[in-house]
Design a protein around this ligand. Structure first.
Ligand code: 3HC
Ligand code: NAI
Length: 697
């Protein structure tokens, strides 16, 4: 028998344990081993009940996702679940860790389920563009009811075992799972009323109330999960469970699962799952161990400093925040406290926990307080001279071996490091706003940084539950550099004829939560304006420059905060209205340059906008500013709202066809070779018949 499954016979009980670290996923060897173990237990006349349990940290967390996309091999998981359900000897599943996906489906087809208090229970297939394909869509509604089942499966979010007990998914919570499973089996052996919950098959759940719930769920999903296929298919399966016998419902589910597996959406979402995990695998971690971090200094208590402080406090660190004067530190304190007060108001945290976390927060105006912290993150104004002066002071104050990080968005980290006597300790940690919520963290690698400092950045990211991406030290690093380029492309499209509203609509229809002009209005036009002014002296004079945004800023139209930007905002409303005066300004700018506006279809807008994004991304890889294309996908997915079901710009380019991207770039280059000339990497990949994914290996 394969060693990923262990069978031990203890008198009248068979204990089958999963042993496939790290998450006991249900790959081929596990499935084969499980069938063999089940057969052995069934055929052993002494065995009167079977217990399924996970070794290590968890009950199986699902099917083996690495097998998806390859021809499925027998035994299949749905057949195993049927076998468990039909076994004459009662099967008890004992759940700990994360009982997810196919793992939970095994438990659902068992006859009794117990779980420890901390167990997380869920069907997360929807996050992979799939649905539970081993009976989950048919058994869960019968066990827990239509609405809870729909919520669990369409959100994909796990629930606690307390919640699972309340809605009937599990039968008992116990701490010593194996002991409890054994005593339960023995107490009930031979009793006629052994609670074989597989009788769920007989449950009749077709009712007007349930049909109504399904209808409103479907409508809600059309808004909440716009453009996504899997959530609607889950509803189809649940609807089928109302009227179909379980065998037919399972067949219905199987077909729906196979259909989803063949979609671009599921391929993109599976790519995103692995890309996220790959981004933390970097050469420095293989060469060095991280430094130990228990206290953190944060310089600046503005938007970013406060968000970083909250993220660090939540990760259990002691945080010393430094501001330049009394008023500023009072504002910083208010910023931090506001986040926790809101958490308490919303019931996400109790007062005791809030006070406990805040007891680790030490605000002051005296930088000398940072003399003993293990790490400092600077988040002061985005000006090189101010940053340099902060780092000069830090160099004198910080203890030996402290990691010194800057949260700059664009500035050169080597230059910042150069004012210290310890450039090996200086690194870029580029958080995104709001820093306590946004999961992306770009870890920027200047020339002289030590490996263990890089490893420490990744360690901190993990503690803060961030998704880290290793970025080179170029202007804007990975994310903002690429953003600047497709921002330029949007400006060209606008000046050449499309309105900002048409551009936003095309981008939203592609799947972004908002378009670039809605985003500029939200972020505040003044920030981009200041950057453009700063860069004007070094801008390539041959590069086309669109002045429309500058005209808006000169009017004081900075977006939502001033009530006007590309859109007009009425007090209290977040959605803006189209503004004819903005269209007028655009027309004047076109006339100044003698541009005759042309019509742009949504498709053409996308080809240019995404073409510019993909071309700049390729240059980032070519210049070794990103380790691999999937890191760019992760950056754009987690920091910039790229639709996850499209996998990120690099995956999208591969799916669309890199040769077609190259054709577009060549065609656009005829209008403007300075901006549109294709990256050499794209040219080389196309000529050798390869794609971006070939560089992820
Ligand atoms: N298949 C294959 N590999 C998996 C996996 C799975 N289901 N789940 C996790 N892994 C791998 C990860 O890729 C990672 O590999 P690496 O070390 O080489 O990078 C390793 O296991 C550890 O994973 P995490 O880093 O994510 O560990 P965490 O402790 O942070 O999280 C977890 C654990 C909550 C289980 C998380 O990994 C997770 O959510 N996994 C996916 C669960 C899932 O989607 N299950 C449903 C699968 S589809 C299915 O079951 C279909 C069925 O209905 C027929
Ligand atoms: P902010 O203006 O909200 O905050 C900056 C804070 O630094 C102010 O509170 C100011 O009083 C304080 N400060 C200035 N000089 C100081 C000094 N010498 N000592 C102590 N405190 C000092 O700015 P924000 O938005 O928080 O940006 C900070 C940094 O983070 C910048 O480098 C910015 O580029 C970067 N960043 C900003 C993002 C954003 O979306 N706002 C996103 C990612 C990075």
């Amino acid at each position: 028998m394969a060693e990923v499954i262990n069978l031990s016979i203890e008198e009248d009980l068979a204990i089958i344990s999963f042993n496939n670290p790290p998450v006991n996923s249900l790959g081929l060897a596990v499935r084969k081993g499980l069938v063999e173990a089940l057969n052995a237990a069934e055929n052993n006349v002494n065995v009167r009940a079977i217990i399924l349990i996970g070794e290590g940290s968890t009950f199986p967390a699902g099917a083996d996702i690495k097998e998806f996309g390859h021809p499925p091999q027998e035994p299949h998981l749905p057949a195993i679940c049927d076998k468990i359900e039909k076994t004459k000897k009662p099967v008890i599943s004992a759940l700990h860790g994360t009982a997810l996906g196919g793992g939970l489906e095994i438990a659902l087809s068992s006859h009794y389920r117990i779980a420890s208090e901390k167990t997380k229970i869920g069907l997360p297939e929807v996050h992979l563009g799939l649905l539970p394909g081993a009976g989950g869509t048919q058994r869960l509604p019968r066990l827990a009811g239509i609405v809870p089942a729909l919520k669990i499966m369409t959100s994909g979010n796990p629930i606690s075992s307390t919640e699972a007990l309340k809605i009937g998914i599990i039968d008992k919570i116990a701490e010593d799972l194996l002991l409890n499973a054994k005593s339960f089996a023995r107490e009930n052996m031979g009793k006629n009323n052994y609670p074989i919950t597989s009788n769920i098959q007989d449950k009749i759940i077709d009712s007007e109330e349930n049909r109504g719930a399904i209808k409103s769920f479907r409508e809600e999903l059309q808004k909440k999960a716009r453009g996504l296929l899997a959530p609607q298919k889950i509803v189809d399966c649940v609807e089928a469970s109302l009227s179909l016998k379980i065998e037919d419902g399972l067949k219905f589910e199987r077909n729906a699962f196979s259909e989803l597996m063949a979609t671009k959406q599921s391929k993109a979402l599976i790519h995103a799952f692995f890309a996220e995990r790959k981004s933390a695998k970097i050469p420095e971690i293989a060469r060095a161990t991280h430094r130990s971090i228990s206290s953190l200094g944060v310089i600046g208590g503005g938007t970013m400093g406060s968000g970083i402080t909250v993220a660090a406090l939540n990760a259990g660190l002691h945080v010393k925040m430094i501001e330049k004067d009394k008023d500023s530190i009072d504002r910083g304190i208010r910023n931090v406290r506001k986040v926790y007060e809101r958490d308490v108001e919303k019931g996400r945290m109790n007062l005791e926990k809030k006070e406990k976390i805040l007891s680790n927060y030490e605000p002051s105006t005296d930088m000398q307080n940072l003399s003993q912290v293990d790490m400092v993150i600077e988040a002061v104004y985005e000006e090189m001279e101010i940053k340099k002066s902060v780092f000069r002071k830090l160099d004198k104050i910080a203890k030996d071996g402290a990691v010194l990080a800057s949260n700059t968005s664009y500035l050169n980290i080597d230059e910042i490091a150069s004012v210290t006597k310890r450039p090996q300790d200086v690194i870029g940690l580029h958080f995104f706003s709001p820093a306590n919520i946004m999961r992306l963290l770009e870890i920027v690698i200047p020339g002289k940084v030590a490996d263990d400092v890089v490893a420490t950045g990744f360690h901190l990211a993990k503690r803060m539950k961030k998704v880290p991406v290793r970025a080179g030290n170029c202007d804007g690093f990975i994310g903002n550099r690429i953003l600047s380029t497709y921002g330029e492309a949007a400006g060209y499209i606008m000046e050449d004829g499309a309105s900002p509203y048409e551009i936003d609509k095309a981008i939203v229809n592609f799947g972004y939560p908002m378009g670039p002009y809605q985003m500029f209005d939200l972020a505040g036009g003044d920030i981009g304006w200041a950057t453009r002014k700063r860069k004007s002296a070094t801008r390539n004079p041959k590069l086309r420059y669109v002045e429309i945004s500058d005209r808006l800023c000169e009017n004081g139209w900075f977006g939502q905060k001033t009530g006007r930007g590309f859109y007009r905002y009425t007090e209290g409303e977040r959605r803006g209205k189209e503004d004819p005066e903005v269209l007028n300004i655009i027309q004047i700018e076109r006339e100044k340059k003698g541009i005759k506006p042309k019509d742009f279809s949504e498709e053409e807008i996308l080809r240019r906008y995404l073409g510019a994004m993909i071309n700049e991304s390729a240059k980032v890889i070519e210049e070794n500013m990103a380790l691999r294309p999937s890191d760019i996908d992760v950056t754009k997915l987690y920091g910039y709202g790229f639709p996850r079901h499209k996998g990120g710009p690099m995956h999208y380019a591969d799916t669309y066809g890199l040769n077609k991207i190259l054709d577009d770039l060549n065609a656009f280059s005829e209008e403007d070779p300075v901006f549109w000339s294709p990256s050499q990497l794209i040219v080389d990949l196309v000529s050798s018949g390869k794609n971006f994914n070939s560089l992820n290996k």
